[in-house]
Design a protein around this ligand. Sequence first.
Ligand code: URP
Ligand code: ZN
Ligand code: ZN
Length: 477
Amino acid sequence: MGLLIKNGEIVTAADRTVADLYIENGRIEAIGTSLEKRAARDEVIDAAGLLVLPGFIDPHVHMELPFMGTVSADDFESGLASGIAGGTTSIIDFCIPARGESLLSALATWREKSKKAVADYTYHMAITGWTDKTADEMKIVVEQHGITSFKVFMAYKGAIMVDDGELYMVMKTAAKLGAVVTVHAENGDAVAHLQKELVAQGKLGPEFHPVSRPSSVEGEATVRALMMARLHGATAYIVHMTCREAVEALERAKLAGQHCYGETCPQYLLLDDTVFNRPNFEGASYVMSPPIRPGHLGHHDALWRGVSTGMLDSIGTDHCPFTFEQKKAGRDNFTLIPNGAAGVEDRLVLMHTYGVCEGRFDLQRMVALGATNPARIFGLYPRKGTVAVGSDADLVLFDPSATGTRSAKTHHSKADRNIFEGFKTKGAPVKVIVNGHVRYADGKLDVQRGAGRFIARKVDRSRVPNPVGVAEMGRVG
Ligand code: URP
Ligand code: ZN
Ligand code: ZN
């Protein structure tokens, strides 16, 4: 059975056009005016007055992640269902081996837990240490499994953090493979010392979490990560950027011609560090790393400027929810609070409300930041991330005039807190179509466990090797 969507305003990263779409077998078959049903059984949706957006792609989520002694509360079913309700129709999760574990064994674990996915997904492969097998396994992951992006954590010392030597090897190997390296940039050694000192002084509440991870710690690590990428001509993508120092480092690298990308998340644009002072340990709900920053030091301005001008390339969420009960592991010591919060369902409406409606960027840029750029950077384009003939029929029918309020009472994540609780919003997904099926309509989800597919990707050879670093070093390889 086909699906005909009539009279909607299609928004891509480039254009806005009123047109009809015909969908069959999960793909967009035709876009044009006055399209007709092709079979009597075809379903017709009148989208007059609605925007037709490509399904949003969240390039940064953690479903069912074992982390800090517990496991994140959403799995590939509940987390992706929550995403669909918010207009996100595909995700990039992180496959994270334990330190010393083989990449391929971790990949088997992730493939198994993703079987219940209700929308399409892929992974970034984390490198959490370096052995004599890692380079070979990285090649296998790229060439045989279609996973063309890696992840390094420069923080979480004693757990998944890599040191500079390991970072060097990851960048070197990824450059040869033409893979992107995503980076959590914080100086993990400095954080570990600061945490120890604060705890020794009896400073144990969630309000000390940001004190243990100041913005300079993130700025320095961003510079270091970009330098390591540059040495080898690797393409770096800095995840969850929160502060002015980090944005300025990325800006300098881009202006020098380096191929690199930056992501931020709604919480870093919209919240400030007063959240950590909430009474009754509620500040713990906002504990994530890097931390939410103060409102008065130029961080928010730098991030908004970055997303408005194109210096920052994407808005992800770092969806990694823990229930309040889970957060209580750090009741007596903030360093033990599981780091992370929900966000996959909130992103699109927050971008629309606080980005588009407040005049910071236009609809096309909203689509670029939330769908097209992640798809392009990570090799999902044009199958995902745009509205075009031949693309997967992942679409959001979006009512730009609907109003709402974010709340844990109404979201679909298993998180029992919403860090945007009470935020008023403008615009809402009315229907969300995933691979040609209407999976969310008028407030109701109709998802199918296991319907999501792993999407294998290919390396973009046009960015290998990145010429800036190579010219600077006077060598190739
Ligand atoms: O606090 C966070 N961000 N938790 C998830 C893991 C990570 O660092 O992305
Ligand atoms: Zn991180
Ligand atoms: Zn993350």
